[in-house]
Design a protein around this ligand. Structure first.
Ligand SMILES: [Zn+2]
Length: 276
C-alpha cells in the first residue's frame, strides 16, 4: 500500500495535494527536553554546556558563518524552496514542482518539521526524486536566538537547548524518513545570532541563506518574482517558497527561467558547488 501510494504521488504531480495528511508522525515528534533519544540527549547536553554562558554578539540574516552564495564564477544559480508549515503555510505548490520536473530544473528543498507532518507522502515522494535534495528548515520554524529575540514577528528560541532542538529534531526526522541526513540548515525567518550559527555547526550542518530574495515569503506578484530572479548573478542562491501555492511564485519562476537559460545560466543544487 505504501509503495502504491508513493508511485501515485510520483506519477501524478497535480494529485499530490491528495497525498497529504495521511500519516501521523507523532512518534518522531520529540517532546522538547524530555524524549530525545539518549545519544541525542548527550549531544544536546554537550552543546548546552559549551555555550550556555556565552552572550550573542551578532544578529541577522547575513552574519559570520552564514553562506549566501555558491563560490564560483560559473553561470549557475541554486534555487532553494522553503516549506515552512504551521501558521506560515502548510500548502503545497504542485504547479511549481511540476514545472521544475518538466524542465529538468534541480532545486534544494528546505523543509520544516510541521510541513512534513502535514504533507508526509508528498514529502516522501519529493525525497525520492534525484532532481531535488532535502535540507533542514527547523522543528518549530523559529529564529535561532540564545535569548528569545524575534524576527518578522516570530519569537526566537530561548536558550541553547531550544536551539539544539530546533536543528537536531528535524535533522533526525529527515534522516529517519529519507535515509539521508541533511547537510544544510535555514531557520524560520532566516535570522540567527552567532551562537545559533555555531550550534548548527555542532549538529553537523551549515547555515545557508540566500543573496536573491525571490518571493518575500510568497508575497511577491509574479512580475516581482520574475524581476527578482532576473537579478541573479553567477553563483546566486535564490530563496523561494513551495508552501504557498496561491502566491505569484510559480508563475514568476516560469516566466524567468527560460530567460535565464537564454542568458547562459543553468541551475544546480547547493551540494554541487562550494559555498561562500
Ligand atoms: Zn520558512
Amino acid at each position: 500500500m505504501r509503495l502504491l501510494q508513493l508511485v501515485l504521488c510520483l506519477m501524478i504531480p497535480f494529485m499530490l495535494n491528495g497525498c497529504t495528511n495521511e500519516k501521523n508522525l507523532s512518534t518522531y515528534d520529540v517532546q522538547l527536553n524530555t524524549h530525545l533519544p539518549a545519544d541525542d540527549l548527550a549531544i544536546k547536553n554537550r552543546i548546552v554546556m559549551k555555550y550556555r554562558n556565552q552572550q550573542p554578539k551578532q544578529w541577522g540574516e547575513n552574519i559570520s558563518g552564514v553562506y549566501t552564495a555558491l563560490n564560483t564564477r560559473d553561470k549557475v544559480i541554486a534555487l532553494t524552496l522553503d516549506a515552512c508549515g504551521g501558521p506560515a503555510g502548510s500548502g503545497y505548490d504542485a504547479e511549481l514542482i511540476y514545472y521544475l520536473r518538466q524542465r529538468n530544473i534541480p532545486a534544494t528543498l528546505f523543509v520544516n518539521s510541521r510541513w512534513i507532518d502535514a504533507n508526509y507522502w508528498t514529502f516522501l515522494a519529493l525525497s525520492q526524486i534525484p532532481l531535488f535534495e532535502i535540507e533542514n528548515h527547523g522543528y518549530l520554524h523559529k529564529p535561532l536566538s540564545a535569548n528569545g529575540r524575534s524576527a518578522w514577528g516570530i519569537k526566537g528560541t530561548e536558550g541553547v537547548g531550544a536551539m539544539v532542538d530546533e536543528v537536531l529534531v528535524n535533522h533526525r526526522k529527515i534522516q529517519h524518513i529519507t535515509g539521508k541526513p541533511p547537510k544544510f540548515f535555514r531557520s524560520g525567518t532566516a535570522y540567527y545570532d552567532d551562537i545559533g550559527v555555531k550550534v548548527v555547526g555542532e549538529v553537523g550542518e551549515r547555515v545557508v541563506n540566500y543573496n536573491v530574495l525571490g518571493d518575500a515569503g510568497a508575497t511577491f506578484s509574479a512580475e516581482q518574482v520574475k524581476n527578482a530572479l532576473l537579478s541573479a548573478k553567477p553563483g546566486s542562491i535564490v530563496l523561494l517558497h513551495m508552501n504557498k501555492p496561491n502566491g505569484g511564485t510559480a508563475e514568476g519562476l516560469k516566466a524567468a527561467i527560460p530567460e535565464l537559460i537564454s542568458r547562459g545560466y543553468r541551475f544546480v543544487k547547493l551540494t554541487e558547488f562550494p559555498l561562500r
